[in-house]
Design a protein. Structure first.
Length: 503
């Protein structure tokens, strides 16, 4: 047991990938081959680049060794990121083809086992083929804990955790259990899948373009740094700063930061194509509470207290003959007097943007659930997994409908304070569906879906913007690092120059 733990620790540690065989095994796990000859070629390229930079910037040999060590240390991760990007692309294609084919197959024969077997013929071998086979075997064995089809399809969801997949599986299970026509709902799911797939591909193209911009920024700033270094190297020996310790250390730091920037840009495009992690759920919940529980009178008192204190401090500084400090204190006090308004506006805008991003997906889930449930039951079923900015409002809506099942007010009060026309229009439609007969309901659901199509596309683009924010921000880092290096070198030159004048 102890040896197995040590082995596991070794395989997941920081230095695990430094061994060529371990790197090769990791790449083999992605379904690709990686030869030692190619690894040696990458090593030689990295070493050549490190030595070349050392020569260009006239670095001492020990700094060149540090630079080479960092290059070689990052090389396995850069190689792995390249293969991981190809692997994630293949996973996306697999799950996209799977979702499309299983919907078409289920429309022809509304049985989950038959649809899975038919879909499995698309994948002769590989990860998706194995996942489908395990799901079919699980269903045919007939042994389960709580839900046969749910547990079987979950085997595929665990392998491919795409956010659209559970909705498709949930609908297949509902039709399998309750029966009924499914063509219109499958058209809806196919349309949603197409919007999702198109925007995922667009996001990845944008990420690749952003990575090229980062590489271009690195290249341009490196050329600029080499030009400045050439100027310093051409100066008379008494004014030269090329051998100065501060210049040497600053240059090494600049080059090391560039390596890390390049690695960061590569890591951004090597992320999952099918999982959209929302790391801001807790922060968005706090913003939502800030907006909904905002008391202007109380917050104004806090602003007056903080701002007034700084104004008093400014008056004291003015009296003591420090006009600059007094002006700074007065300016800060003016900002603090309005901090409650600025904080509220920031939180409000963030919540509104998040609502616009997640509401269409919730409405899509509602449209699917309403194929076999009434509006009130469908709303109740969406609460558990609802986004942070919708959960409390949905719970309030559900509670109100239990007290007033036939009233329109609970629908109109949903997210009322944010005054979003698309939300209000959709909620009125939901009320109309809840009040109509079963015949009219299906027609109205189709109208609701048509209205939601453009919202879904816009929602996906908002999600793409969030995903692109990280790599777009990296574009400016090379400009910051070269500016820092240039400023330090100029300061060193001024010190050396002034020192020579004194002599």
């Amino acid at each position: 047991m102890k040896k197995s733990k040590e082995k596991k620790r070794k395989q997941t540690g920081v230095f695990y990938l430094f061994h060529p065989e371990d790197l090769q095994k990791k790449i083999d796990g992605y379904g690709y081959s990686f030869s030692m000859g190619r690894y040696v070629m990458f090593l030689m390229t990295a070493l050549t680049g490190a030595v070349g930079c050392g020569i260009l910037f006239s670095l001492h040999w020990y700094f060149v060794l540090i630079l080479a060590a960092v290059c070689l240390g990052n090389l396995p991760f850069l190689i792995l990121d390249g293969y991981k990007q190809m692997y994630e692309h293949k996973c996306f294609l697999d799950v996209s083809d799977y979702m499309e084919q299983i919907l078409y197959s289920f429309r022809m024969n509304p049985k989950i086992v038959s649809a899975l077997k038919d879909t499995g013929t698309l994948f002769e071998k590989g990860r998706m083929h194995d996942a489908i086979r395990r799901a079919v075997d699980y269903i045919e064995q007939g042994k389960y804990q709580w839900d046969l089809y749910g547990e079987a399809l979950e085997l595929i969801e665990k392998e491919y955790p795409a956010n659209r997949l559970p909705s498709i599986h949930e609908y297949l299970r509902m039709v399998e259990s309750n029966g009924g026509a499914c063509s219109s709902a499958i058209d809806l799911l196919l349309q949603d899948k197409a919007v999702w797939a198109d925007n995922v591909l667009l996001l990845q193209e944008d990420k690749k373009a952003a990575r090229l911009k980062v590489i271009f920024s690195l290249a341009v700033t490196m050329i600029l740094a080499v030009v400045f270094h050439s100027v310093y190297r051409s100066m008379p020996e008494q004014y030269s700063i090329v051998e100065h310790p501060v210049t040497q250390v600053t240059t090494v730091l600049y080059l090391l930061l560039n390596i890390l920037i390049f690695r960061k840009a590569n890591r951004e495009i090597a992320g999952s194509w099918i999982i959209q992690e929302n790391k801001e759920e807790e922060k968005l919940s706090e913003y939502y509470r800030m907006v909904t529980e905002f008391e202007e009178a109380r917050e104004r008192k806090k602003s007056l207290m903080f701002g007034g204190s700084l104004f008093l401090a400014g008056l004291g500084a003015w009296g003591l003959g420090h006009p600059v400090a007094a002006l700074l204190a007065a300016g800060a006090g003016g900002l603090l007097l309005n901090q409650h308004k600025m904080g509220y506006r920031l939180a409000y805008d963030r919540v509104v943007k998040e609502i616009n991003r997640v509401f269409p997906a919730w409405l899509m889930e509602m449209a699917l659930l309403m194929q076999g449930n009434n509006v009130q039951v469908s709303i109740e079923k969406t609460i558990e997994h609802a986004p942070a900015v919708l959960k409390a409002e949905l719970q309030r809506l559900s509670d109100s409908l239990k007290r007033q099942p036939d009233a329109i007010e609970p629908y109109l009060d949903f997210l009322k304070m944010f005054q979003l026309s698309s939300v209000q229009s959709s909620m009125k439609m939901l009320y109309a569906i809840s009040e109509s007969g079963s015949g009219d309901a299906q027609a109205q659901i189709q109208i609701l879906v048509q209205r939601n199509s453009k919202m879904l596309d816009k929602s996906e683009k908002l999600s793409n913007e969030k995903s692109l924010a990280g790599i777009n921000g990296i574009f400016y880092l090379p400009q910051i690092t070269v500016s820092f290096q240039t400023m330090v070198n100029m300061v060193v030159f001024m010190v050396v120059f002034l020192g020579q004048l004194k002599i």
